[in-house]
Ligand binder design. Sequence first.
Ligand code: HEC
Ligand code: HEC
Length: 507
Amino acid sequence: MSQMHPSARRRLGNEDPSPWRRRFFLLLALLILVPGITLVYLAHRFLQDRPVTYEGIEDHFKYGSTGGERESGFPYWIFQAMPQVCAHHLPGTGYASLGFIYEPDRDLPVGMSKRRHMGIDRVFLNCAVCHASTVRTSAQAPAQVYTAMPAHRFDLHRFEKFVFDCVADERFSGEYLVPVIDRMSGGLSLLDRYLVYPVAIALMRERTLMLRSRFDFVFDQPDWGPGRVDTFNSAKVLFNWPMKRLPKEELVGTSDFPSIWNQGRKTGMQLHWDGNNTRVEERNKSAAFGTGTTPPTIDLQAIGRIEQWLLGLEPPHYPLPIDAVLAERGAPIYRRLCADCHGNSGSDFSGTQVGKVTPIADIGTDRGRLDSYTYDLAVNQSTLYAGYPHRFAHFRKTFGYANLPLDGLWLRAPYLHNGSVPTLRHLLEPSERRPQTFYRGNDLIDAHNVGFAWEAGMDQGTDQGVRLFLFDTRVAGNSNTGHEGEAYGTTLSNADKEALVEYLKTF
Ligand code: HEC
Ligand code: HEC
């Protein structure tokens, strides 16, 4: 009976009285519901655009999205698997060896955000990757994270090269990556294993190889070392500049990551190292390109939250004891020599020259960063956000470096725009007495000179196994000249220099 053909059963008369209706519903289900449910599933899976968000603003800054994952995001699991598959392209173990900072119980480093986009969790850099770092008060003390200080340990150059080299490696394929992802993620679904990841890997490879060919000028540049980036040559790539045809003087503009506290009190100042923009909103939105966003993909609300916070954010106090008597002796020296250009103190930025540009002939520091920013680039930047109410209008070419406030100075070493002077004490020496080479990337405070451990043997190990970088001031873009002479304090007596350095700890 059970083998009997349905029509035969019906003929026997022991069947549903309205077979056509049942068939109709069955058909309806097949034609509408099944594809419908599949569509809803796929839409749910592939059309979501949902950033991971954070209540606390510090967490938002460290781990929140500015929208860059949409356009530039790495698929989360591919990003996590790359250090294993491409271990031979890393200087040590994992991303920490590039100076990324991992806080306990976090799967992503400070400065990376996650967003569900097109069916897959994607991650990319945010502001904190360049504007947050760690400090140790003694060799044994745990590293403490400070937001809005320069990311002095993060080697962006090596990170870029790691990504480019890994993606170009034959191991960057489903064959190598999928098994690692499967293991790390605790098991992939069939859809992910056979469709989503193979496609994602192929797309990422394609796209990154294209970027690699556009950004290949970074392979010809001297090592930036940790805490630095070539800000405006990267910007030229976005405008499709023919990088190979740029004049040599324009091609090395490596600069230190700056600190970004107190943006409110810096309103109207000519900032960026060369003072090329007076508007904090434009500096923020321009910075957001560095986090992979584009005018249509930028998450203005998320950036707005950060902007708002930075307006009033004050730097943390120096964490070690300060010799109050000595600092007291340094204060009048500062007011006499430095306050006009750098402001009355670390919190009062009044001064006739603050936020203005000192011509290169007077300041005499390395020209590379200045020359890398050109009039042509300024003009092109004015087309950014064309069609939006916030179209850029304040970028301009200058001819020197900006007299900047010195808030949170103790966290800003190495000093000058190219990070060529390891400590404050050295900045008060004429350039021929500043160290010709020194180490960057250590987060141990040098309390005597004010800066971070810079000499071989001053504690080589940082807590997360970062390799220190030997900075050579003889390399193009790295000159440690300038900011010297009587007006800049380099002719003071040793006792006065010590007092001035002690006073600067209070900034
Ligand atoms: C790739 C590293 C990087 C990222 C990411 C980055 N910045 Fe920056 N930021 C820099 C560098 C380098 C400068 C200095 C540029 C110069 O003058 O050469 C800077 C300058 C700034 C300044 C101006 C500081 C001053 O006083 O002159 C602000 C404000 C700022 N960034 C905010 C942000 C915000 C907000 C974000 C996230 C949307 C962000 N940055 C993301 C590297 C970065
Ligand atoms: C004529 C203006 C002027 C005077 C006077 C001056 N500076 Fe500067 N200072 C600058 C400029 C411009 C820069 C940026 C130069 C560069 O980065 O290439 C700078 C940079 C610095 C920096 C580096 C900041 C950083 O984040 O890396 C420190 C520290 C500093 N000055 C301290 C002092 C002290 C201390 C005095 C007084 C003894 C002083 N300056 C006098 C103009 C001045």
